[in-house]
Design a protein around this ligand. Structure first.
Ligand SMILES: [Zn+2]
Length: 433
């Protein structure tokens, strides 16, 4: 029997890239007071709020609330919830002082299982329904994350982190064992339900040339897996890369030399790239995850979105928790606005929300499945309050047009605005009364 669900709210999504303009009528689809119709977990259509669907439909009335596709966080670390908001360090010191000790715990299957469940539930409670995730170097951490994602039917990209040097005991693998683990995980998990494998070298400094080459071989052997890593995040890190790999032209070039530049490659940060690097990314069809909260919090630098996209490189948005200080993509976007403002650029509400939904889905080659509210896609969506608290309520109330209203929602909102989160038509989070 077909399962029929209808949710009434202000429906909002982005069929096209709005570009950088506030005037982008074709790209912005806003249906105030409409029903979103869902059949067997997939979006079936919409209809005006006054035309309730008949018997046989489970109807949920969220009139006066906003409904958007679930956000897609394209770079985040599951085990780093334990070190979010840690004081006083830049990247390399931050890794050694906080992150590596926290990641060591994930050798324990029970800890990996507990952490993965907490992490995915926290994503859902923040309004994020899909993510590209780093677990730890331990195979069991990837297993636990995949299992937790499958249980929730969430779209998750992840892979065992590869690191065979410059990390403490208990947090290093070796080339042969890592290869066996990756192959086993790919064979067992990639494409199973909504889980996809991503070959995941942490960054070039924590892998030997041999390990990076092995990672490249995996990408070649399994061309539909993803590849995720960090690039050009911080100036000391970039200098260190130049010492470790004197033969490479740049940090990015290290990945190119080892076969890690594919159309399914996601590079976090990319702050300290040059025009040649960007041309390489564009030609490969690879993309950059912009992590504004993290970039400011650990003092990495200001990512130039305008220049990057101007040179044809795809950009998406990411929390990068625990370097970032919130899993909320609204907070991430608000930080992104500030990073661009410091460089004389303006991030419209449309561009930001498109990028965190449909834009990310396109770059991940998943727009047939997620990112918008078009019929046939899976019903991953979030119901939001327009405002929480008197200040936001007043600001929303006096907004003169839709962009102003949505911009205020986006800038003042966070996980407290999330009313409920749905994955493939199932409610996976509901705000406590
Ligand atoms: Zn990261």
């Amino acid at each position: 029997m077909t399962e029929r669900l209808a949710v009434r709210a202000d429906l909002f999504d982005f069929p096209e890239d709005p570009g950088w303009q506030v005037e982008a009528p074709a790209a912005v689809r806003y249906l105030p007071d409409h029903w979103l119709l869902v059949e067997d977990g997939r979006i079936a259509g919409t209809r005006p709020g006054t035309e309730a669907p008949g018997p046989g439909w489970r109807c949920i009335d969220h009139r006066g609330r906003l409904l958007l596709p679930g956000f897609i966080d394209t770079h985040v670390h599951a085990p780093q919830l334990d070190v979010i908001a840690s004081y006083g360090t830049e990247l390399l010191e931050w890794l050694n002082t906080y992150t590596f000790p926290a990641e060591c715990k994930y050798a324990d299957p029970a800890e990996a299982e507990r952490g993965s469940a907490l992490f995915l539930d926290a994503l859902l409670a923040s309004g994020t329904t899909a993510a590209a995730v780093f677990p730890t170097v331990h195979k069991v951490s990837a297993e636990a994350l995949f299992a937790a994602a499958a249980q929730r039917h969430m779209r998750v990209l992840a892979g065992k982190v590869l690191m065979d040097r410059h990390a403490p005991d208990g947090l290093r693998d070796d080339v042969a064992q890592a290869e066996r683990d990756c192959v086993d995980l790919i064979e067992r998990w990639h494409g199973r339900g909504r889980v996809a494998y991503a070959v995941t070298p942490r960054f070039a400094a924590t892998s030997t040339r041999e390990q990076l080459a092995m990672a490249g071989r995996l990408c070649a052997a399994y061309p539909d897996v993803y590849m995720q890593t960090h690039v050009a995040e911080n100036r000391s890190e970039v200098r260190w890369m130049a010492e470790l790999f004197p033969e490479a032209r740049s940090h990015l070039d290290i990945y190119v030399r080892h076969g890690l530049m594919t159309p399914r490659s996601l590079f976090a940060h990319g702050i300290w790239l040059d025009d040649t690097d960007r041309a390489v990314l564009r030609e490969a069809g690879a993309s950059i995850a912009f992590c504004p909260s993290s970039n400011m919090f650990i003092g990495s630098g200001l990512f130039d979105w305008g220049r990057t996209e101007g040179q044809g490189v795809a950009v998406h948005l990411a929390s990068d928790v625990g370097g970032g200080t919130s899993l909320s993509m609204l907070r991430t976007i608000a930080d992104g606005y500030k990073v661009l403002a410091l460089q004389g650029q303006k991030l419209t509400a449309w561009k930001a929300l498109y990028t965190a939904t449909h834009g990310a889905a396109r770059h991940l080659r998943l727009s047939h499945e997620i990112g918008h509210l078009s019929p046939g896609t899976l019903a991953d969506f979030v119901v939001w309050d327009w405002a929480q608290g008197p200040v936001a309520r007043r600001r929303i109330e006096v907004a003169r047009d839709l962009h102003e209203r949505v911009f205020a929602w986006m800038t003042l909102g966070d996980e407290r605005n999330v009313v409920s989160t749905w994955v493939a038509g199932q409610e996976r989070y509901r705000r406590p009364e």
